[in-house]
Design a protein around this ligand. Structure first.
Ligand code: ADP
Ligand code: MG
Length: 835
């Protein structure tokens, strides 16, 4: 939003408005708080400097404000409140003040020295009384007032809010408009143009009920403004519509203008409002639009909102630290609430629709700030506990690397160095390792685990599926050959000789590395000396599970690996307490996977491609979706698909793999595919993660429209693992594919970069579903959007981490409100990760 967002449009006004919050904050201080207010002077001087740079014209008031700022920090505490009032008064003559500050300004206004002759003897304004400002607790209680107790709150709009769970004043104030409409410029009917949206004030002449040719009812309302006529048309009007119009009454109408029969101007289904004189909520300003098409409720809802904004919003407590408000030049919470609903004239409505205006910047900042603050404090807490210092010397690192049959890529080496440096310090490590499918995270995790093992500790690697755990075990055992280090694979069934052995080996300390699924978390699994924990494909595990595994050791170092990259913003927002390493380079010799999309009817082409690869000795995957809700039909689909492929691709052996099979059965099928005995593997998504068969060069995905983007990306990562050219063939039922599905498929064709795909996924699905932690459709944030608000997230994060460093206990008086708010925010954002 530009500078012109202010009444008066004074250049530099925005910079000056940044003083609202610090002044309000200062005014609420008492006694000791005021004494420690030093710094306000600085803030005032800073804001004036910025305002001048932004072109604020010099004026006596600006000069006086500046000199108040100059002297403030040296004032004795007893004089500070008065100075705050004076500054509010000066500020008030430069920009429009919100209600609470106007009250403050009145106390600071110095009586005019000379009265004009004949004026009634003035009562000199009382000196600023050292009134105890309302405490924060009282203010918070005030905003928690039930809507039902708001005097004069009309029933209909109140019910509308309450139905949406907005039962208190604050809840209602956080019911954000869906959009806005500029009603500062009401047009004359004569100036309305067909094809454009228009707003006019007209008088009702006649109201006629008619029938359309189809026999459906229609309401025609003839209106006029002077000699200009405007016809309103409503199709299938609900019963209340008719009663909305009284002949002779003046109404405000807004809608798309069309040209009717005989050139008469028309509006079809316009929004209609009774306009009363002085109705400042609905008229002569930019007005908010809240819910759906129930337009008859808008005027009343706006009136209620205007009342809440005017009378109640000024009580909003500013939870953000004053220094942050000043540094980022954010609106105070009260202003933000007010302007979020009723933007000042001149507001860019396009920016408003994107919520890219100042009030939303403030609200978004607040939301992200508290999330980051929670993460920052958590991280600090973890860091203060003593952890294990492993031997991560260059010699040990080299020995760990030497076990691998390849040399690390540059990116792997960097990640390993970061992890090793953490492990060498006596602080608990909490690190996230991100990398695309097949980028070699497992190898890095293994080398790190070896540092722990060689320092005399045990390491545990937790995988999301049985198949992946088994594959990890196999890979790691091969790398460990000849090293004398024993690995235990912990399976789901605790019974059985092998499993008992594995568990004994871990509790006795004989086995140094444990690999398993969440079976590792079972009570029956204990470790002699667990010092290092790797959680693979984190988003499938809850934080609770991560914590449970950690408890099996004494503050072990933790490495979390994601299955696919997640966008930077999401990583900061939800793993912000973790340090982060990235592998952004694939091992050498990979060739890009050619990706194509086929319609359902072109399946044959995909099969032909598979045939050609099989003929040259390659192998193929065919994947079917499987979701719980339609498990039976999905399974039937995969089963009949396998039958068909057996026929079509004969004589190449085809096997079916699905989640309902017993572990041994699955393992046997995988083993045959790995050995090349089976040439085609038809599978439900159990192969999604981690399967590594380099000879497989074709992947066909059936019902590709049903898969998520990162799922598709994961699947595609199963091919292109050897040096040979590989293909990913997505077969989609376009008839059933929505826009989102089409966009997913297009993204798959366009790029193979996991980080780019992750960003697209964030845009398409939003963070909640992406993390898999939320019910579909339930947003994690109220106003923030991790796709849009990356820049704000960075600022909020920087400020939150700075605060956590400077005042980790949030004990300074100016941070009291922040401390109180933190808890409220933590539960509101349901920061499972912050526990
Ligand atoms: P991720 O766990 O990130 O999906 P993996 O660790 O499973 O990736 O690695 C994928 C494949 O690449 C494996 O076969 C692995 O042995 C191999 N690999 C890993 N790092 C390298 C490397 N630096 N050079 C060659 N091959 C590698
Ligand atoms: Mg992996």
């Amino acid at each position: 939003m530009a500078q012109r967002d202010l009444p008066g449009s004074l250049p530099g006004a925005r910079e000056l408005m940044a003083l609202f919050a610090p002044l309000r904050f200062a005014a609420r201080q008492e006694g000791a708080g005021l004494e420690r207010l030093a710094g306000l002077g600085d803030t005032v001087r800073g804001a004036i400097g910025l305002a001048r740079r932004a072109g604020a014209p010099e004026s006596p008031a600006l000069g006086r404000l500046a000199s108040e700022g100059e002297s403030f920090d040296r004032l004795p505490a007893a004089e500070r409140l008065a100075a705050v009032c004076r500054m509010a008064a000066e500020l008030g003559s430069l920009v429009a003040l919100p209600i609470d500050l106007s009250a403050l300004a009145r106390r600071g206004r110095i009586p005019a020295p000379a009265q004009p002759p004949g004026a009634s003897p003035s009562t000199p304004s009382p000196p600023p009384e050292p009134r105890r400002p309302e405490g924060r607790a009282a203010l918070r209680r005030r905003l928690a007032t039930p809507l039902a107790d708001v005097p004069g709150a009309h029933h209909a709009p109140r019910a509308l809010l309450e139905e949406r769970g907005r039962t208190t004043v604050e809840g209602a104030l956080e019911f954000w408009p869906k959009g806005w409409q500029d009603r500062t410029q009401v047009k004359r009917v004569a100036d309305l143009r067909a094809g454009e949206p228009g707003i006019a004030v007209v008088t009702v002449r006649t109201v006629r009920q008619q029938r359309m040719r189809s026999g459906k009812p229609m309401l025609k309302v003839a209106t006029a403004e002077g000699a200009s006529r405007l016809e309103l048309v409503f199709f299938n009007p609900p019963p209340w519509r008719h009663k909305q119009f009284q002949v002779g009454e003046t109404i405000l109408v807004s809608g798309e203008v069309t040209e009717g029969y005989g050139g008469v101007r028309q509006m079809a289904q316009p929004e209609v409002e009774q306009v009363a004189e002085g109705d400042s909520a609905n008229f002569g300003r930019i007005v908010p639009i809240y819910v759906g098409p129930a337009d008859h409720q808008h005027p009343a809802l706006r009136k209620l909102m205007k009342r809440l904004v005017d009378d109640w919003a000024p009580s909003a407590v500013d939870d953000l630290p004053p220094e942050v408000l000043a540094r980022r030049r954010l609106l105070g919470r009260a202003e933000a609430l007010a302007q979020a609903h009723f933007p000042p004239p001149g507001t860019d409505l396009v920016a408003a629709a994107a919520r890219a205006t100042e009030p939303f910047r403030r609200l978004v900042f607040e939301e992200l700030f508290f999330l980051q603050l929670a993460l920052a404090l958590k991280r600090r807490g973890v860091r203060r506990e003593p952890g294990i210092a492993f031997d991560a010397s260059p010699a040990r690192r080299a020995a760990a690397r030497a076990l691998l049959p390849f040399t690390f890529t540059g990116a792997q080496e960097r990640a390993f160095a970061e992890i090793a440096a953490d492990m060498g310090r006596a602080e608990p490590m909490n690190r996230l390792l991100q990398g695309d499918v097949g980028s070699g995270k497992t190898a890095v995790a293994f080398a790190a685990a070896m540092l722990a093992v060689r320092s005399g500790w045990q390491a545990a690697i937790m995988a999301p599926t049985e198949i992946l755990a088994e594959q990890h075990a196999r890979t790691l055992r091969a790398w460990l050959e000849g090293s004398g280090v024993e690995l235990a694979l912990v399976g789901a069934q605790a019974r059985g000789r092998e499993q008992r052995d594995a568990r004994d080996a871990l509790s006795s300390g004989r086995a140094r590395i444990a690999v398993g699924t969440h079976a590792l978390l079972e009570e029956g699994v204990s470790f002699a000396r667990l010092g290092f924990v790797v959680v693979d494909e984190q988003h499938r595990f809850g934080v609770m599970q991560r914590a449970r595994l950690m408890e099996k050791g004494v503050r072990p170092d933790v490495l979390v690996m994601t299955a696919t990259p997640i966008p930077r913003t999401l990583a900061l927002a939800f793993y912000g307490d973790l340090d982060q390493s990235k592998i952004d380079e694939l091992p050498p010799g990979r060739t890009p996977v050619e990706t194509r999309v086929f319609g359902d009817t072109q399946r044959k082409k995909a099969h032909e491609a598979a045939r050609r690869e099989l003929a040259s000795g390659r192998q193929a995957y065919v994947v079917y979706p499987l979701v719980e809700e339609s498990e039976k039909t999905d399974l039937a689909d995969a089963t009949s698909g396998a039958e068909e492929l057996r026929r079509i691709l004969a004589p190449h052996p085809v096997a079916l793999l699905h989640g309902q099979m017993k572990a041994e059965e699955k393992e046997a099928i995988m083993a045959r595919f790995r050995s090349g005995e089976t040439r085609v593997l038809v599978a439900t998504t159990v192969i999604e993660v981690g399967v590594d068969v380099p000879n497989a060069t074709v992947m066909i995905v059936e019902h590709a429209e049903r898969f998520g983007l990162s799922q598709l990306h994961q699947l595609r990562g199963r091919v292109g693992r050897g040096g040979a050219r590989s293909q990913c063939l997505l077969v989609a039922h376009f008839a059933r594919a929505g826009d989102e599905a089409r966009e997913r498929l297009r993204t798959m064709v366009r790029t193979q970069d996991g980080f780019e795909i992750a960003r697209a996924d964030l845009r398409i699905r939003g963070p909640g579903e992406m993390l898999g932690t939320r019910q579909a459709g339930q947003p994690i944030f109220d106003v923030a959007d991790l796709y849009r608000d990356e820049a704000i997230l960075d600022e909020a994060r920087e400020d939150a981490f700075r605060l956590a460093e400077e005042d980790p206990g949030l004990e300074r008086p100016e941070h009291a409100a922040t401390a109180e708010a933190l808890e409220r925010w933590a539960s509101r954002l349901s920061l499972a990760r912050v526990g």
